[in-house]
Design a protein. Structure first.
Length: 365
């Protein structure tokens, strides 16, 4: 009996000893993992820079020239249509021709009438004693007032005017491009009657109209550079300049601004929706990536890297300006903090950092 109790007691002691050894081993592993879990961060050095302050707006493109073209001889049958939607044409390109048969007949008749009137004019001048048969230049032998009176009374003057009218009427059967551009909204068809032909759009340059807040008006000026990005091609950016600032403010406190951009890639279209970024350079600012700034307790915070202790130092800041990628920061006025040139700002791995957290630098800029 006593021997059995002794054996049980020894087994119990052995089990407890094993548990303690296991616990000690787990604690050693835990602390080793703690030592290995030091956060890796990227840093940049604070330097004084010129900050590109930005205003972000939405706008819509409008071609600088746009014409609604009507069919030649509206209501007549079109003999031919020589263009299609999307086609680029240059000034003077023949777009369409209306039925010319009747105008051609009128032109031939006008030529015959002019020839007959010229013969009658010759007879009249000969009757007045002038030898116009042996001379091609009647102005040298017939006084101007006499020649003019003879042209009117012989019908030559009227016949010449009728010929010019017939030539113009035939020419009007041809529709040509008034300026270089692109064909859009083509509705006319060959061998059909029509009035409206198409819209011609000069897409070499575009105006983009956008609105800014009244408070941002001082930020705008003519000649200012803007960057325009189509919503459908966000990887493309076009540069332009402000051409107009409307000197009125609407009921919503907005001011209309217009800028002009060049269609360098030939991908912009009339009516296209775009994003507009207006930039203004602000000198002598500390600039950090947006990722460097986090919010804590309702304040903006950056973590500075202390080179002596290798720890992150919680630092309150104010955001002076922002753009798409960066903040211009200053020390926090309420917290009375300051930032200085040369300090190292943590730009990554800072979301879960706390003040005085030990960190190691993975990359430094």
């Amino acid at each position: 009996m006593n021997t059995r109790l002794v054996i049980v007691a020894m087994l119990a002691l052995t089990a407890v000893s094993c548990k303690n050894d296991k616990k000690d081993g787990e604690e050693e592993v835990f602390f080793a993992e703690q030592e290995q879990a030091i956060a890796e961060v990227d840093t940049i050095s604070l330097t004084i820079q010129t900050f590109p302050r930005q205003i972000l707006c939405n706008g819509r493109l409008a071609a600088i020239r746009k014409a609604e073209l009507m069919c030649p001889k509206g209501g007549d049958v079109l003999q031919s249509v020589n263009v299609q939607n999307g086609q680029h044409v240059v000034t003077g390109t023949l777009l369409a021709v209306a039925e010319t048969r009747d105008r051609s007949v009128d032109l031939d008749k006008a030529h015959h009438d002019l020839e007959r009137a010229k013969v009658e004019l010759q007879d009249k001048l000969i009757g007045l004693g002038y030898d116009v048969i042996s001379s091609d230049n009647w102005n040298t032998i017939v006084p101007a007032d006499v020649l003019k009176r003879a042209e009117v009374t012989s019908g030559y003057y009227s016949a010449k005017f009728a010929l010019q009218s017939a030539q113009t009427a035939l020419s009007d059967c041809r529709l040509t491009a008034p300026f270089s551009g692109r064909i859009a909204d083509l509705v006319a068809r060959p061998h059909q009657r029509g009035d409206r032909f198409c819209t011609l759009i000069d897409d070499s340059y575009f105006d983009v109209e956008f609105k800014v807040l009244e408070a941002e008006l001082s930020f705008m000026h003519k000649g200012q550079v803007v960057k325009v990005t189509p919503f459908v091609h966000e990887d493309e950016a076009y540069e332009g300049t402000v051409t107009e600032i409307n000197p009125t403010i609407d009921t919503k406190g907005l001011v209309s601004v217009k800028a002009r951009i060049k269609n360098t890639a030939d991908r912009l279209m009339d009516g296209m929706n775009v994003k507009v970024v207006v930039e203004n350079m602000v000198p002598n600012m500390f600039v950090v990536p947006k990722e460097a700034v986090v919010e804590r307790d309702g304040y903006h915070v950056v973590f500075m890297y202390d080179e002596k202790t290798h720890r992150a130092v919680w630092t309150y800041v104010d955001i002076a300006y922002s753009n798409l990628t960066s903040f211009a920061i200053t020390g926090c006025e309420k917290k009375e903090t300051e930032i200085h040139e040369g300090q190292k700002v943590i730009t990554s791995g800072n979301l879960n950092l706390a003040d005085d957290t030990e960190v190691t630098i993975a990359r430094e800029e």
